[in-house]
Write a protein that binds this ligand. Structure first.
Ligand code: NAD
Length: 353
């Protein structure tokens, strides 16, 4: 039996992982620590409230006193660290919070673990493929040994946190594990990221902004597949190691948006703009926009036996149906009344064209 501390567990991937873990390992104790920024939403975990084995704590990973108290009183023996500022566009507009949470927050958590009375047996740091930087069309996918080359403040802050995590293993023997995954999508993703933004805008009959020429390539990973991969790494990964988690679904942004439009046209016969593809609008490119990401995930496949199980078509279908059916979840976020921070009109600031 494990006492797990999950940081950022009220966010997109974190909340999917918490629900996955509590269902699969009902005997484990799960403590979620989340600051409930605009991206965190306690309602994502509402099905677990009231269960004895689950506790939600609103707090900041930079709060060392709180971390020390939680590690001790909950006798935490494993950590899954999701908490981060995660949106590249926001990092370009305002990098400060990214450095604060992603770098200083991770450092504070590492320090708390290093000094914890109860030894930490696993520290899983959840990171991104963006640390490897941009690939050309013919470049091979990035492996765990590819040098880091981050291009946005977000990617640089995650790269920095990865280095700290590695250093705490090398220097202090903390049993750390790092995962670098490709772009995730699925239910409960805040509608500022590409796929949920498109789903919501198609349903509302709003423009569908696509950066630059739309030819940027991303490798899409369904969030449930990511959760299974994190389970493999947490339970069977080798401390000190890094594992890439790729979806094996490389597609250009414009092709992805077109697929979503076609799906939504089928799912919702009375869309405000039909066919919804008519709403696609190319907008000025994001500064420093990486052209292509691709991951070589041979290590996790061969050593831990993980493979992605959900095709892009299946995953997009499930995601599109979820956003169609869960207006009650996303509508308040647009109006600024949902989530702890309330997003207000900010969603459209980023894509203000
Ligand atoms: P998210 O933005 O949806 O959630 C982040 C969560 O962290 C939120 O609940 C937020 O309230 C919380 N948080 C932020 N600052 C905090 C702080 N100082 N203290 C405590 N909690 C804080 O992010 P996500 O998309 O779920 O990503 C989770 C992790 O996975 C991040 O570390 C991200 O870098 C990484 N990742 C994401 C993707 C992706 O495609 N979304 C891909 C690869 C890796």
């Amino acid at each position: 039996m494990t006492n797990l501390l999950i940081t950022g567990g009220a966010g997109f991937i974190g909340s999917n992982f918490v629900r996955y873990w509590c269902k699969k390992y009902p005997r484990d104790r799960v403590v979620v620590l989340d600051a409930l920024t605009y991206a965190g939403n306690q309602q994502n975990l509402s099905t677990l409230e009231g269960q004895n084995s689950f506790r939600f704590v609103r707090g900041d990973i930079r709060d060392r006193v709180l971390l020390d108290t939680l590690l001790e009183t909950e006798t935490i023996d494993a950590i899954v660290h999701f908490a981060a500022e995660s949106h590249v566009d926001r990092s370009i507009i305002s990098p400060d919070a990214f450095l604060q949470t992603n770098i200083f927050g991770t450092y504070t958590l590492l320090e708390a673990c290093r000094h914890a009375r109860n030894p930490i047996s696993r520290f899983l740091h959840v990171s991104t493929d963006e640390v490897y930087g941009s690939l050309g069309p013919e470049d091979p996918p990035c492996a765990e040994t590819t040098p880091y080359s981050p291009n946005s403040p977000y990617a640089a802050s995650k790269a920095s946190s990865d280095h700290l995590v590695r250093a705490y293993h090398q220097t202090y023997g903390l049993p750390t594990l790092i995962t670098n995954s490709s772009n995730n999508y699925g239910p409960y993703q805040f509608p500022e990221k590409l796929i949920p933004l498109m789903c919501v805008n198609i349903l509302l009959g709003k423009p569908l902004p696509v950066y630059g020429d739309g030819q940027n390539v991303r490798d899409w990973l369904f969030v449930a597949d990511h959760c299974r991969a994190l389970d493999c790494v947490l339970t069977r990964g080798q401390p000190g190691e890094t594992y890439n988690i790729g979806g094996d679904n490389q597609v250009t942004n414009i092709d992805l948006v077109t697929m979503l439009c076609q799906l939504m046209d089928q799912l919702v016969p009375d869309l405000p703009i039909q066919p919804s593809q008519r709403a696609i609008a190319f907008v000025r490119d994001r500064p420093g926009h990486d052209r292509r990401y691709a991951l070589n995930s041979r290590k996790i496949r061969e050593e831990l036996g993980w493979t992605p199980g959900v095709s892009l078509e299946e995953g997009l279908g499930e995601t599109a149906r979820w956003y169609r059916d869960r207006r009650d979840w996303w509508q308040p976020l647009l109006e600024g009344s949902g989530g702890a921070g309330g997003a207000g009109g900010e969603l459209y600031l980023i894509f203000n064209f």
